[in-house]
Design a protein around this ligand. Structure first.
Ligand code: ATP
Ligand code: MG
Length: 139
């Protein structure tokens, strides 16, 4: 059975471009409730830990450098079928391949600066949410 929560981050490119508010608006209008949200900035070490699953990929070093390059907005979101529905809402990893109307089509520049993260499984949604948020930060 699929869970009702997922984890997201608005990435440094989108925060820098001033579109965080527009992205959050699209997320809420798609029916996701914001359970937790904050602005923070990862150190290179923290980004490397978050993306450890990708350590063998050729883009790992660039990805960690980018994700620690500026502030981000991590968030926990709630909706029925959250993980799958949110992946649909954000669109393909490469915005050039993302469907019209998706967040990445609307706001992302390139495959490495792709505006937003979405968990790929219920299990990872829990792990990623716990990386950023304590119980006291969830409502
Ligand atoms: P995310 O995990 O950020 O939601 P995703 O699940 O669509 O993205 P992953 O395969 O998990 O894609 O890759 C994680 C991130 O690594 C991507 O969002 C992207 O920023 C970067 N990335 C993935 N593939 C490439 C690539 N071929 N070249 C450069 N960066 C890449
Ligand atoms: Mg992923």
């Amino acid at each position: 059975m699929s869970g009702n929560r997922t984890f997201t981050m608005i990435k440094p490119d989108a925060v820098e471009n001033g579109v965080s508010g527009a992205i959050l608006k699209q997320i809420q209008e798609a029916g996701f409730k914001i359970i937790a949200l904050k602005q923070t900035k990862l150190s290179l070490e923290q980004a490397s830990k978050f993306y450890f699953i990708h350590r063998e990929r050729p883009f790992y070093a660039d990805l960690c450098a980018f994700m620690s390059s500026g502030p981000i907005f991590p968030a926990i979101l709630e909706k029925e079928n959250a993980v799958e529905d949110f992946r649909k809402l954000i669109g393909a990893t490469n915005p050039a391949n993302a469907d019209a109307g998706t967040i990445r089509k609307n706001f992302a520049e390139s495959i490495d600066k792709n505006a937003i993260h979405g968990s790929d499984s219920d299990e990872n949604a829990v792990i990623e949410s716990n990386f950023f948020f304590s119980e006291l930060e969830r409502f």
